[in-house]
Design a protein around this ligand. Structure first.
Ligand code: AHM
Ligand code: MG
Length: 331
């Protein structure tokens, strides 16, 4: 018996009597389609001449790769066509874009990093697309209604473009589940309907080159991970989504701390940190900026960045303890 397809799985968790449930299912299926389209392009990039940069920079001042641009357009095009969500916020678009086509759509905000791991795009190393689906307060006229914390997520996940393509998501109607793309039929198939992140692990993922620019609390955290635990191993792909996926399977912690020059670090809350934090928490893990849960942070702008620590609960607890001890000592 072949494994359940994503469509079969989604049908089985959709409440037929609820428009809302249908809408969420249709949105997830659209994101999975975007994942398949981007996966195809990632594999053909050298044959299609889509390597290299576009020559423009994005809102974060980073060089935009041709594939970044392509992946962003896939999401925009699909959601413009079906109008299922009100607004899109993307790493590659300076401002939110309105695409909704009915009243129900206005209750949903989709945020995404179309292609995470930009430095790995042209070198055939694992990259992925991260998404967060937020429910917006009804009839709210507040200007900052789009600035929702991770606790307002109703679905989130990623497509991972590695040796195989995975689709991993959590929603209000499911646990964290993992699918793999069956290329022979162009459909994702279920591999795990209730993913759990191991409680402990020796693996930590951090860009160690920033060590001299971290504050003393962060230096103490990384010293501890390196030499203070029974066992220790560094694994850093440089694609958050890739490091996160490995840590979900093997256990581990991903860190992108702030530095003296850039105290909030690099990871974007609304479409990188919060969706992955929520996945980790729903899978039994933890996520913090060192001092508070990543799910409680209310973004000040769509591209708000925050120090990011996500992973196995025991390791994250130990990290929180070191930060809080340093905080208390400073008082
Ligand atoms: P991106 O979305 O432009 O790729 O930036 C986010 C990425 C993460 O995926 C990765 O962990 C980190 O930036 C790597 O940054 P650094 O090169 O500073 O280690
Ligand atoms: Mg990214």
């Amino acid at each position: 018996m072949k494994r359940t397809t994503l469509s079969q799985f989604i049908n089985s968790v959709t409440d037929d009597s609820s428009k809302d449930s249908h809408r969420i299912s249709d949105i997830i299926m659209t994101i999975a389609l975007a994942g398949k389209m981007i996966s195809r392009q990632v594999r053909e990039v050298w044959l299609d001449g889509m390597v290299g940069e576009t020559g423009t920079t994005n809102v974060h001042g980073e060089q935009v790769k041709k594939l970044d641009d392509f992946a962003n357009e896939v999401f925009v095009e699909l959601f413009r066509r079906n109008g299922l969500v009100g607004t899109l916020i993307s790493e590659e678009m300076g401002a939110p874009v309105h695409v909704g086509s009915d009243d129900l759509a206005e209750e949903f905000l989709l945020t995404y990093d179309p292609l995470d791991g930009s430095s790995n795009i042209d070198v055939n190393v694992t990259i992925g697309s991260i998404f967060g689906l937020y429910r917006l307060p009804k009839d709210s006229s507040a200007e900052d209604v789009l600035l929702q914390p991770g606790s307002s997520l109703i679905a989130c996940g990623y497509a991972l473009y590695g040796p195989a393509t995975n689709f991993v998501f959590w929603s209000e109607h499911t646990s964290v589940c993992c699918f793999i793309l069956d290329m022979s039929i162009g459909e994702f198939r279920l591999t795990d309907r209730d993913m759990k992140i191991p409680e402990n692990s020796e693996i930590y993922s951090v860009n160690d080159a920033h060590y001299p620019k971290w504050d003393s609390a962060t230096q103490e955290v990384v010293d501890y991970l390196r030499t203070g635990r029974k066992e220790s191993a560094t694994r850093y792909i440089g694609s958050l989504v890739g490091d996160f996926h490995r840590n979900m399977l093997k256990g581990g912690v991903y860190l992108y701390p702030g530095t003296v020059d850039s105290p909030t670090g690099k990871i974007r809350l609304m479409y990188e940190a919060a969706p992955l934090a929520r996945l980790a928490v729903e899978a039994g893990g933890k996520a913090t900026d060192g001092y508070q849960s990543l799910l409680d942070i209310v973004p000040e702008s769509p591209h708000h960045t925050c120090p990011t620590v996500i992973g196995s609960s025991k390791v994250v607890d130990e990290i929180i303890e070191i930060y809080s001890k340093n905080h208390t000592n400073k008082k």
